[in-house]
Write a protein that binds this ligand. Structure first.
Ligand code: FE2
Ligand code: FE2
Length: 181
């Protein structure tokens, strides 16, 4: 009898591990008082954009197709969070921006990783679809580097995207703002 290769949980594990890796980079970016570690932040930013791209372009469409064109109910909320996160990555990072990203990710990642969340659903896809999704995730491209922009238009977009997702900029103590004292 041919042994069936059991790969249950492989997609969920892979994406949850990416959350942990990104959490570590975000933590490192804000680890030193008085400055933001731009090397860690740049890695975080590129990694989060790639992660969001995997979910928006590969994972959510695969689930929607499997459901006969019907999006998973939580998809709309997740997409609003992604929009807010992506716009938070546009300006030059501050303590306030780091705190707001951390806040959103802690809610957002828990929803995705929940026992009935979208990651668990991916591992329930039929074999062919699950393998196709896995291969596509492995091949997902890095997002090419974009410059930061602090223009009024970007800040306006940011406020709007946060508002639509149900968040606002976190308040941080003046001593934690990240400016040299
Ligand atoms: Fe996400
Ligand atoms: Fe995620």
């Amino acid at each position: 009898m041919q042994e069936h290769v059991h790969v249950s949980g492989v997609i969920a594990d892979f994406l949850a591990a990416d959350h942990r890796r990104l959490d570590g980079l975000l933590q490192a970016a804000g680890a030193h008082p008085g400055r933001i570690d731009s090397e860690a932040y740049d890695q975080f930013r590129a990694g989060l954009l790639r992660h969001i791209g995997m979910e928006e372009k590969l994972l959510l469409p695969a689930l929607q197709q499997w459901r006969g064109g019907d999006p998973v109910p939580v998809a709309a909320k997740l997409r609003l969070d992604h929009g807010a996160l992506a716009t938070l990555l546009m300006p030059t990072p501050t303590r306030q921006i780091l705190a707001t990203i951390r806040r959103i990710l802690s809610d957002h990642n828990a929803v995705e990783e929940a026992p009935d969340g979208i990651y668990a659903l991916c591992d329930q896809l039929p074999d062919t679809e699950r393998t196709r999704l896995w291969d596509a995730l492995q091949a997902a491209p890095m997002v090419s580097d974009m410059r930061h922009s602090d223009s009024p238009a970007v800040m306006k977009t940011l406020t709007g995207a946060l508002d639509r997702a149900g968040y606002r900029l976190e308040t941080v103590a003046p001593s934690e703002k990240g400016e040299p004292r």
